[in-house]
Design a protein around this ligand. Sequence first.
Ligand code: BV8
Ligand code: ZN
Length: 254
Amino acid sequence: MRVPEEVLELARTAKGVTVLTGAGMSAESGLATFRDAQTGLWAQQDPSELATPEAWEADPARVWAWYRWRMTLMTRAQPNAGHRALAEWSEAGDAHLWVVTQNVDDLHERAGSDVLAHLHGSIFALRCSRCGQDADAVGEPLTEPVERLDPPVCVHCGGLVRPGIVWFGEALPQDALERAEAATLSADLVLVIGTSGIVYPAAGLPIMAHHRGVPVVEINPEETDLSDIATATWRVPAGEALPALLTALRENTA
Ligand code: BV8
Ligand code: ZN
C-alpha cells in the first residue's frame, strides 16, 4: 500500500508523536465500534445510554451483564497489525510515541505498547461503586451473553462492584487527562486513529494541537468531526495503514 507522501514526510521527521486512538483501532480485532449497531441482546440499546451512572443506578444487573460480555469479547480478541505496528514503531526508537486511547480494552498493551493514558478507563480495572476500593477479577468469562447478571459484591463494604470505566457524565481521571494534554502539546505530530471525534474532552486534544500549529494526521476510512482540522487524512483501515507506514519509515531510514 502506498503511503501518502505528506503523511510519510510528517512521520519521518517527527521526534515526538502522540497517537489518539478510538474504537476503530480495535475494529480489525473483531470488536464492534460504538457506531456499529449493537448486536444480539443489546441490538435495541444505544451504548451511550448503557454507559451511564443513571443506567447503573436504574439496573446494575443489566449494565453489568453488558460489560461482562464485553470483557469476554475483549479477552478473546487479539491485537491487530495496527496495534503491533504502533508498538514496533515505538520500539524502533526513531521517534518517541505516546499512546493515548479512548478504548477500554487492553489490546495496545498486549501488542507491546506502553499506554500513556486510558482516558475512558479500563474494562478490566474493577472497583467498588460505593467505597471506590479496587476489586479483584471476576472469575470465568461468560460463554454467551446474558440479559442480566448480578455484579459482584465489594469485600470491604458490601457495595456493588463496577467496571473501571468512565461513563458519560462522569469526569475523566484527572492524571490521565493531564498526561494526555502534556503529550499532545509536546508532540510534533498527532496521529488520530479510528475515532469519530464526537466525545469530549478526548476529541479536544487534536483540536488543541491544531491550534498550536502541531500537524494532525487522521487515519480513518470515513470522514469524521475532526477531518476539518486534519493536516492530512488517510482513508484506510488502521490495520493496513500503520504496517505500511512502518515499512515505509524503515525503507526511508535504511
Ligand atoms: C464529562 C467508556 C463532565 C464507556 C466512553 C462538549 C461538547 C459536547 C458534549 C460534551 C462536551 N463535554 C462533555 C460532553 C458530554 C460527553 C460527550 O462528549 N458526549 C458526546 C456524545 C456528545 N462527555 C462526557 O460525558 C465525558 N465526561 O464530560 O464529564 C464532568 C466533568 C467534571 C465532573 C463531572 C462530570 C465522558 C466521556 C467518556 C464516556 N465513556 N467510553 C464504555 O466503553 O462502555 S466514550 C466511548 O465512546 C469510547 O470510549 C469513545 O470515546 C466513544 C466512541 O467513540 P469512538 O471511539 O470514536 O468510536 P465510534 O464508534 O464513535 O467511531 C469509530 C470510528 O472508527 C469511526 O469514525 C469509523 O469510521 C472508524 N473506523 C472503523 N473501522 C476502522 C476505523 N478507523 C480505522 N481503522 C478501522 N479499521
Ligand atoms: Zn466497597
